[in-house]
Design a protein around this ligand. Structure first.
Ligand code: IPE
Ligand code: IPE
Ligand code: MG
Length: 255
């Protein structure tokens, strides 16, 4: 905490001296596509699941670092609606990870005031996975530190379609007028209804695509792609990404 604050104030002094473009503060909401677990393991002659396990441990380190840095929301892409296409064994292993992660780290995270949440399609998740994340969310609902938001069985297109469907149902029932559907009303039907859009998206492993992540919410998000595989992504890398973010000029279409 203290080291981060000193770092932040040094940075601020640099800006005040006019060395950089307009300063931004710490991004409120950071989203990460945690990619490259499989390649990380393959490179070491290990099975892909070893990479997922290493990636799971890294979630703890990065979440605590984000919490220390004063980031408010960290949304982590943990499993996409397309990841079911992977071999059964790998999918099964991935579905066991939330439980293991929470079993090992929930107490520590809760102690640090972290609030755990998840978003995604509950339909299709094994009951044991769902129970683990639901219980963690319930246990930490009152915490006021970092919101650690897992995107689990998440697909951006699915999210948009279900929002459209919910609105259509309301119109059909007569509780909503179609002319009252605007961007704000639409957003209310998304999983992220009560969250601001991400300020910064980081994708690890060198891939430069969204892979169906937060298609609506990323409209004006700053994108940073890093070469490192997720298990190797360190708190220092997160800090570097934030520094890069802070040099960006966000215009939102204006001048
Ligand atoms: C990201 O790592 C984790 C999940 C998608 C669940 P990958 O498993 O995609 O690793 P690579 O991209 O194959 O290396
Ligand atoms: C995106 O990574 C999903 C997660 C990180 C959970 P993928 O590895 O599944 O994406 P693609 O297949 O390379 O686009
Ligand atoms: Mg991948």
């Amino acid at each position: 905490m203290m080291r981060w604050m000193r770092w932040a104030s040094r940075l601020k002094r640099r800006w005040i001296k006019g060395e950089d473009t307009k300063p931004h503060t710490i991004p409120q909401h950071v989203a990460i596509i945690m990619d490259g677990n499989g390649r990380w393991a393959t490179l070491r002659g290990m099975p892909r699941i070893a990479g997922h396990h290493a990636g799971m441990k890294n979630v703890r380190d990065i979440a605590l670092a984000a919490n220390d840095m004063g980031i408010h929301i960290l949304t982590l892409y943990a499993f996409s609606t397309e990841n079911w296409r992977r071999p059964k064994d790998e999918v099964e292993f991935l579905m066991g990870l939330p439980e293991e992660f929470l079993h090992i780290y929930l107490d520590e995270l809760a102690e640090k005031n972290v609030q755990v949440r998840w978003m995604g399609k509950s339909n299709g998740l094994p009951p044991h996975t769902r129970r683990a994340v639901d219980e963690a969310a319930e246990k930490t609902a009152q915490n006021t530190g970092l919101i650690l938001n897992f995107a689990l069985n998440y697909g951006g297109r699915h999210e948009l379609v279900q929002a459209a469907r919910k609105l259509a149902e309301k119109v059909a029932r007569g509780t909503l007028k179609s002319e009252d559907i605007d961007e704000a009303r639409f957003s209310e039907e998304l999983y992220t209804a009560d969250l601001p859009d991400p300020d910064l998206l980081i994708r690890t492993s060198g891939e430069m695509r969204l892979s169906n992540f937060l298609l609506w919410q990323l409209a004006y998000t700053e994108l940073i792609f890093v070469e490192r595989y997720w298990p190797d992504f360190t708190p220092e890398d997160l800090k570097q990404a934030i520094l890069t973010y802070q040099t960006r000029k966000r215009r939102f279409g204006a001048l």
